[in-house]
Design a protein around this ligand. Sequence first.
Ligand code: XMP
Length: 319
Amino acid sequence: DWTMSAYRDEAIAAIREQVGDQKVICGLSGGVDSSVAAVLIHEAIGDQLTCVFVDHGLLRKGEAEEVVTMFRDNYNMPLIHADEQELFLGELDGVSDPETKRKIIGKLFIDVFQKHAKEVGDATFLAQGTLYPDVIESVSFSGGPSVTIKSHHNVGGLPEKMGLKLVEPLRELFKDEVRELGRELGLPPSFIGRHPFPGPGLAIRCPGEITREKLDILREADAVYIDQIRKHGLYDEIWQAFVAILPVRTVGVMGDGRTYDFACALRAVTSVDGMTADYYPFTHEFLGETATRIINEIPGINRVTYDITSKPPGTIEWE
Ligand code: XMP
């Protein structure tokens, strides 16, 4: 009679057995997988675990604060908040090619993670929230462009490079089981039900060159959109929803004058695993109301479109 609470106890025993009295570092992304892995390992070995949260300046509104508050204050975990916004945004300045963006972010992420991991001193283990499907996927989809899920957070080759052994307590679990384990460990439901968020973050929702101005506008618009989705009780029906800011300004009218501001696209899809997806059939009322709110509340955007592309042939993200 298999239960998640029995799994949790077994997993904790296995972590203690594997790690002994050594130190572990864990990269926290704010996603469900790394969060559940961190809480589980923290239960097993307490302060032998230190988490590193890299803020690359490409997070959604309020995200860094949420993650830091939850893990440092609620769970009392040793947590390094690596504020590396200047570095990432500096290196991305003037870059518009999507794969180049990913490569820059992936490489910097490894550098920054290594730098901060050194602050922990003598860690011998690196914890990762690898799931069973990741294990299979990495076997069956070798090569290809770096668009696989987690291509930057489960930084391939990092453990060897740093001379660290791996702790992967979720390796046998599917996503829904990880969520159940998360509930078992007391993570808040709002956290467990979060939409997936790509490692390169807002960089790939800002087609063309990334500027702080665009990122700030994007964060605000995205927050309004998600607020609308939550208010209408649609969040849990949707696999992923976000705003992309388009690299084009359009003309609008506001009062007596004209505006010349950015256009944005709303995206929302249903999906089982992210491999295929359908656009979400919002009502026209919902779309109209959301467009009005974004244009009224967010200076810098004067036009809102809805992306009705399914995957394939489109991708979920815009880049
Ligand atoms: P696409 O856009 O390829 O996305 O249909 C499928 C899923 O993967 C996420 N995604 C990424 N996640 N690094 C990540 O960690 C990436 O480079 C990346 N690209 C896409 C995307 O958000 C969706 O859930």
